[in-house]
Design a binder for this molecule. Structure first.
Ligand SMILES: Nc1ncnc2c1ncn2[C@@H]1O[C@H](COP(=O)(O)OP(=O)(O)OP(=O)(O)O)[C@@H](O)[C@H]1O
Length: 425
């Protein structure tokens, strides 16, 4: 017998006004609805806070500004590379300082162009050249119609040099996630434009990366032409995170946040990672949990639940793009940790033995011990594993011991989502 259509799925033609559809029924004035958020957009990923809400980075803002300051007098700025872990305010500071430099220079009569390029999206030389050229062309002074497609980086550069000569005295280009570029020639082209007589305009590059070893990968010619100043942004501590969140308190209605919510979120986030983006996400999620429960206030328990959700999410982000082999290794390390709660770390050799048993059970390929060692070191860089050198005993050399940074529960939950590992559980 055919199933009776439910009221919710049988909606065609039932509601004259689609706003009456019960699936999306939303009554702002419903007196029984918990009213948690006043301006939820302040807590959304991708929201760029206005300057009054940027806190805890005064030193970094001043340091980067000092490198750009010459443009205000019409002199060349210095190139800058900003390193730091995710959520430490690198992009925010780069954009904020660039905008202020532009305004200060313009009020001094110096015309400054600024461009922000997300190299994770625009990861080839042609894409970056196109983005830079097309955004700087938005000016009354040049009258170019620059094609979206069909020309290569060389032709975009030709347009670019002309635009720079015609329209600007200085240009600042922010290359965010610069390590995602498949070719570092673009850095060379930009940093040598004036020196090589291609453009008369001063060009400053602010490169942003969360890979501290990025500079070592650059070729020598690029390094010597960049001659940049480097800054490393440290993760935020609990006080800074608390201030960052306090400056977004108005995302919530008055009286909704119980007093311990922001300090607790800050303390948990500082202990785990010092990532402001994640801290703000935990706060938002805690509010959503309260909303879902239809209660009036956000309390400690909501924060603790939101924190667990955020940890799994963050761990999965860290793992995104990792191979199944990496997951076998992490799975083995998680089991070792659970079985030996009194031990602090495990040698590569012990992890390797466990890993061999795991791959055999899963009927998967087994990598060499050396390769497993390299993959563990890679995970240490990502912040998934912590590797420390131990002294070794008498007559023994020193060796690396590895431990998981995250809770084994979170690691197991995440890696077991990979279909090749599911059966191991
Ligand atoms: N000092 C700060 N004051 C206020 N909000 C901040 C601060 N630092 C970071 N944030 C918030 O965290 C978000 C992430 O910051 P940002 O994008 O600058 O980090 P990032 O270091 O560039 O990270 P990633 O490497 O992941 O791109 C920002 O959009 C902002 O909402």
């Amino acid at each position: 017998m055919a199933e009776e259509p439910s009221q919710l799925s049988d909606f065609d033609g039932r509601y004259e006004d689609p706003a009456d559809d019960p699936l999306f029924d939303f009554d702002e004035d419903d007196p029984d609805r918990a009213n948690i958020f006043a301006r939820k957009e302040l807590l959304k990923v991708g929201h760029v806070p206005e300057s009054g809400r940027i806190v805890g980075r005064d030193g970094e803002i001043k340091a980067v500004a000092a490198e750009l300051r010459p443009i205000v007098r019409g002199d060349p700025p210095n190139n800058v590379i900003i390193y730091g872990k995710t959520g430490t305010g690198k992009s925010l500071v780069a954009r904020h300082v660039t905008e202020r430099a532009r305004r200060a220079a313009e009020s001094n009569g110096v015309s400054v162009g600024t461009v922000y390029v997300d190299c994770a999206q625009h990861n080839t030389q042609t894409r970056v050249a196109r983005t830079v050229t097309r955004s700087l062309n938005e000016t009354d002074e040049t009258d170019f119609d620059i094609p979206r497609a069909g020309i290569g980086s060389g032709e975009y550069y030709d347009y670019l040099w002309e635009i720079l000569d015609t329209a600007y005295e200085s240009v600042i280009i922010i290359l965010d996630e610069v390590d995602r570029l498949d070719d570092d020639d673009i850095l060379m082209q930009l940093s040598r434009a004036r020196e090589s007589g291609k453009a008369d305009c001063h060009l400053g590059v602010i490169a942003v990366s969360n890979k501290i070893e990025y500079r070592d990968q650059l070729n020598e010619r690029v390094k010597s032409s960049l001659r940049e100043e480097e800054f490393v942004f440290q993760p935020y501590d609990a006080n800074q995170l608390r201030e960052i969140m306090k400056h977004r308190r108005d995302a919530f209605h008055d009286g909704v946040l119980s007093d311990d919510v922001i300090p607790l979120t800050a303390a948990l986030a500082a202990q785990e990672h010092g990532d402001a983006r994640k801290a703000i996400e935990i706060l938002r999620h805690a509010g959503e949990l309260a909303e879902r429960e239809n209660v009036e206030t956000v309390v400690e328990e909501h924060v603790r639940d939101a924190q667990e959700w955020a940890e799994i999410d963050r761990f999965e982000e860290l793992l995104r793009g990792s191979t199944t082999q990496v997951k076998f290794i992490l799975y083995s390390l998680a089991l070792l940790t659970e079985e030996n709660p009194n031990e602090d770390g495990f040698s590569t050799n012990r992890i390797y033995e466990r890993y061999q048993a795991t791959t055999e059970k899963a009927d998967a390929k087994t990598l060499s011990e050396h390769r497993v060692y390299e993959l563990l070191k890679e995970q240490a860089f990502l912040g998934v594993v912590e590797s420390t050198r131990t002294g070794g005993g008498r007559g023994e050399g020193s060796y690396l011991e590895h431990r998981l940074v995250q809770d084994t529960g979170i690691v197991l939950k995440s890696v077991l989502r990979d279909s090749r590992l599911e059966d191991l559980a």
